[in-house]
Design a protein around this ligand. Structure first.
Ligand SMILES: N[C@@H](CCC(=O)N[C@@H](CS)C(=O)NCC(=O)O)C(=O)O
Length: 223
């Protein structure tokens, strides 16, 4: 059975989780402590320490660059999901960079404001230290003060997706492609703490998000 090694709140892990659920194959999620990546380090033979990582029998799959999408392309090929059709090559590459930088730049901060509610107590010190080393001392307090601004900014950054969904069932096509799952993962991270909602103004996006949670690839392959 395919295993997804993850932190349950991680946006990038949530992308892979959504893709696996869409495929309909049974899979297992393995949650590792954010403070102990030894399983990932061992499985990747000391080549990677982040999550997500996939284990599929003897195969261990991990990203090679910030925007490589090795995992999604592996699952796409292995499970025949048609997430990367040739006619969208290049277009999707541009969009996933925006999703993983500009959208994620708001969503993870809004979720991390509430990190103490979902990170186990024994991991909180190192979680905070990791964040503060990257984003500066007191960053989560600063994001708490900026919550209204971050929500507004996120809503603004989601406008292009709302526009796309006003004309199509999915972002680019008549069936879900990789960028649909990528955006879903960032939004699932936003909703993880339970303190946030999708922007009320984006009605098409809200309907699409609900739809995305229920889809199975078999529906499309049988058409
Ligand atoms: N580009 C990578 C990013 C992976 C990533 O940033 N993972 C985070 C969790 S959200 C992580 O492992 N952070 C721990 C660290 O960097 O040490 C992907 O798409 O998988």
């Amino acid at each position: 059975m395919i295993e997804l090694i993850q932190f349950p709140w991680s946006p990038y892990c949530l992308v892979q989780q959504r893709i696996l659920a869409y495929s309909g194959v049974p899979f297992k999620t393995v949650n590792i402590p954010s403070t102990d990546r030894s399983l990932v380090w061992r499985l990747t033979r000391q080549r990677y320490y982040q999550v997500p990582v996939l284990r599929d029998g003897r195969q261990v799959v991990f990203e090679t660059e910030d925007n490589s999408q090795v995992l999604a392309k592996y699952l796409d090929d292995r499970l025949k999901l048609w997430l990367f059709p040739p006619h969208l090559a290049g277009v999707q590459d541009l969009i996933w960079v925006y999703i993983e930088n500009d959208v994620e730049g708001c969503t993870f901060k809004l979720n991390d404001v509430y990190y103490a509610e979902f990170v186990p107590k024994s991991e909180r010190l190192n979680y905070l230290r990791h964040k503060e080393r990257k984003f500066g001392r007191g960053c989560t307090d600063k994001w708490r003060q900026q919550e209204d601004y971050l929500r507004e900014e996120l809503s603004h950054r989601l406008v292009p997706f709302e526009q796309m969904l006003a004309h199509r069932e999915f972002l680019l096509d008549d069936r879900p492609r990789f960028v649909d799952f990528d955006l879903c993962g960032m939004l699932a991270n936003l909703l993880y703490s339970g303190h946030h909602k999708l922007p009320a103004a984006h009605a098409c996006l809200r309907r699409w998000y609900d739809r995305m949670g229920k889809l199975r690839v078999a529906e499309y392959n049988d058409r």
